[in-house]
Design a protein around this ligand. Structure first.
Ligand SMILES: Nc1ncnc2c1ncn2[C@@H]1O[C@H](COP(=O)(O)OP(=O)(O)OP(=O)(O)O)[C@@H](O)[C@H]1O
Ligand SMILES: [Mg+2]
Length: 242
């Protein structure tokens, strides 16, 4: 039996968090709470700070002011969080080999790995490609495999960075269905996207970032029907934020 961290990483609480790289401010005074529930979508133009926010929420980069806590702890529990980056790197192995590797890295005992590999490949619709070299997969298939690998960690929170960027509508729909299924199983999904349609379809909660600042955050329905800020209104209308 794998011992699960007893403490949940939720809520992830940003309390006036600043992130800097040398003298550049990447995130400025972020205060918000990420709790369990439907997906949270981080939206905002290129360079807004979405990827930086995800890395900070994963505990991969340090804050230089304020702080972030995970379920009240100063560090996230090691097994609780998983992330799929925008351009995931596939191991030079089969699809199943990539998932098996992720399961081994997550400490899943050998005797359970075959069953879990089959389960995860079927969850992402890749069971028929199990023996295919992962690097030969299409972009959409690689994204699905990357999702399966992240889920091998059995995370409480799954961070996704632009999971459907550069995918066609069919591949996008496949990813969105997986995100919905994963969310319905109780995994908290936090996804960066500049696709407003995707945020509208999936998110329960919206965080609008611009120039490293949270412009607006709250329930998605309220944000899309009546954004509270002028920048929010302009972003929804497809105008450039400057
Ligand atoms: N280590 C770093 N050093 C200096 N600047 C950085 C560093 N990391 C990110 N930046 C800058 O911080 C800003 C925010 O970057 P980030 O990647 O978080 O944006 P983003 O919202 O994810 O953008 P995109 O939609 O293009 O992915 C950008 O202007 C980027 O160039
Ligand atoms: Mg990014």
């Amino acid at each position: 039996m794998r011992t699960r961290e007893s403490k949940s990483p939720l809520p992830i609480l940003f309390a006036g968090a600043d992130v800097r790289a040398r003298d550049i401010t990447l995130l400025s005074s972020i205060s918000l709470s990420i709790a369990s529930g439907p997906p949270t979508a981080l939206i905002g133009p290129n360079g807004a700070g979405k990827t930086t926010f995800l890395k900070a929420a994963m505990g991969l980069i340090a804050t230089s002011g304020g702080g972030i806590t995970w379920g009240g702890n100063a560090r996230p529990p090691p097994a609780g969080l998983a992330i799929v980056f925008q351009r995931p790197v596939m191991l030079r192995r089969s699809c199943a080999g990539n998932v098996r590797y992720a399961l081994a890295a997550a400490g899943v005992p050998t005797r359970e790995r075959e069953r879990r590999t089959t389960e995860l490949l079927s969850l992402v619709g890749l069971e028929s490609l199990a023996t295919r070299p992962a690097r030969r997969l299409s972009g959409g298939e690689q994204q699905r495999l990357a999702l399966a690998r992240a889920l091998a960690r059995d995370p409480t929170v799954l961070f996704l960075d632009e999971p459907t960027a550069s995918l066609d509508p069919g591949a996008t729909k496949a990813i969105e269905e997986i995100v919905r299924a994963v969310s319905q199983r109780g995994v908290k999904v936090v996804m960066a996207t500049h696709d407003l349609g995707e945020a509208r379809r999936l998110a329960g909660e919206i965080v609008l970032l611009h120039q490293g600042i949270v412009i607006e955050s709250g329930p998605a329905s309220a944000f899309f029907s009546e954004p509270a800020t002028d920048a929010g209104k302009r972003f929804i209308a497809g105008e450039l934020l400057t």
